[in-house]
Write a protein that binds this ligand. Structure first.
Ligand SMILES: [Zn+2]
Length: 138
């Protein structure tokens, strides 16, 4: 049976997950609290209980949004966190508005939920960072 990870919520190992049997396309895996699961749960017979198996070698894309007061070296300080944790960055997009607020979206290759929580905790400690959080939707 074909298994694929849904792009709406991008589950990583450690998240509570649920499988949805699609018509002819195998099973798509969502986070249990994904808003799309709530939407499709009318078709309860298509939902299957799934659990993570050995995943040490696998990586999952996760998007994180960082908001900060812009300053010199902000982005490089953030990138240093990723490299110190040996996390691969697959995409980064940074903009600064007229109030000098930097909006930084990064896509990270994450192995498990603990690693994601650690990187978010470290980003929040960076000088001038206001918030950092996982984004559910691409
Ligand atoms: Zn989903």
């Amino acid at each position: 049976m074909m298994i694929r990870f849904s792009r709406c919520c991008n589950p990583v190992p450690g998240d509570e997950i649920i499988g949805y049997i699609t018509r002819g396309r195998g099973v798509s895996i969502h986070k249990a609290d994904c808003s799309n699961v709530k939407f499709i749960s009318a078709e309860k017979e298509r939902l299957v209980k799934v659990e993570w198996i050995k995943t040490e070698e696998l990586f999952y894309p996760v998007k994180v949004k960082i908001i900060a007061d812009d300053r010199p070296n902000l982005v490089s300080d953030i990138m240093l966190i990723f490299s110190s944790l040996k996390i691969t960055v697959t995409a980064i997009n940074a903009t600064t508005d007229k109030n000098n607020i930097a909006n930084i979206d990064v896509t990270l290759s994450i192995n498990n939920l603990g690693q994601l929580q650690e990187v978010i905790k470290k980003i929040k400690k960076i000088d001038s960072v206001l918030t950092a959080k996982r984004i559910e939707t691409f």
